[in-house]
Unconditional design. Structure first.
Length: 259
């Protein structure tokens, strides 16, 4: 039988691996791809890393004058939440509670209710009757707005969410609802005639119609949203928590010397 050890022996064309402590064949010398500095560049090379710092010595100092002046936040900054509306004024929230399930801090609480012919708050069958966000828990991560199937929940640039009480940092639905824009009617009111929730989701509804205004005029003749313009600001008063927050923010700005 052939010796099995002969099969494992290296041939003359194969170099054996160096043993521990031994030095193998010399590798290819390292060649830098960066050209070597010469002259003045070589002289200043040791302090070249301070170039950015030294250049800023001669620039004016920029300090945010907050709260004297409003802070300049980035356009995509994730701040306070807002519950949005469709162009005719109906609410986008359908009470599905996906935002509450997605929240890692358990900061959102939602209770849904059924729409009726006399109380239609959103397209479809259900709407968010109770909506709360506890800003003592909220970490402003934005997972809730990613989970929302109707883009009902978004985040604004408002970051001033301080308050002296625990209850003052639990925002209700009335605090979170977005304001009425031109062409909107304050809910409840019927959907645009001949449409379903699908047309709303596709963006095919662009404003309120005459039949919707006639319905509101019949059931709520004193509704301020029928007047449009300045009446939209008073049609739906803001919630108590949001109003208190606005007072706290205004007082802090006055104390800080806001211009």
């Amino acid at each position: 039988m052939p010796d099995t050890n002969d099969e494992a022996r290296p041939t003359s064309d194969v170099q054996p691996r160096p043993t521990a402590g031994a030095v193998g064949s010399p590798a290819t010398p390292y060649a830098s791809a960066i050209p070597e500095r010469t002259g003045v560049a070589e002289f200043f090379a040791p302090v070249a890393g301070f170039g950015v710092s030294l250049s800023n010595f001669f620039k004016p100092t920029v300090t945010e004058q907050y709260p004297r002046e409003p802070a300049n936040v980035k356009p995509r900054f994730h701040g306070r939440h807002q519950l949005n509306r469709y162009p005719d004024g109906l609410e986008k929230c359908i009470g599905c509670e996906l935002c509450a399930w997605a929240c890692p801090a358990d900061a959102i609480y939602v209770e849904a209710a059924d729409n009726t012919p006399d109380e239609q708050f959103s397209p479809g069958e259900r709407y968010g009757r109770v909506y709360q966000i506890n800003y003592l828990r909220c970490i402003l991560c934005g997972l809730c707005i990613e989970a929302c199937p109707t883009r009902a929940l978004t985040m604004t640039n408002d970051f001033e969410l301080a308050g002296p009480t625990r209850s003052g940092l639990i925002w209700e639905k009335q605090d979170l609802l977005g304001p009425l824009s031109e062409g909107m009617l304050a809910p409840p009111h019927p959907m645009v005639e001949g449409t379903t929730d699908t047309e709303y989701y596709r963006g095919e509804v662009t404003t309120s119609t005459d039949s919707q205004r006639d319905w509101v005029r019949e059931h709520r003749p004193d509704d301020a949203s029928l007047l449009g313009g300045p009446g939209l600001a008073t049609a739906i008063p803001i919630g108590e928590t949001r109003a208190a927050q606005q007072k706290i923010t205004a007082a802090a700005r006055r104390e800080g010397g806001a211009r």
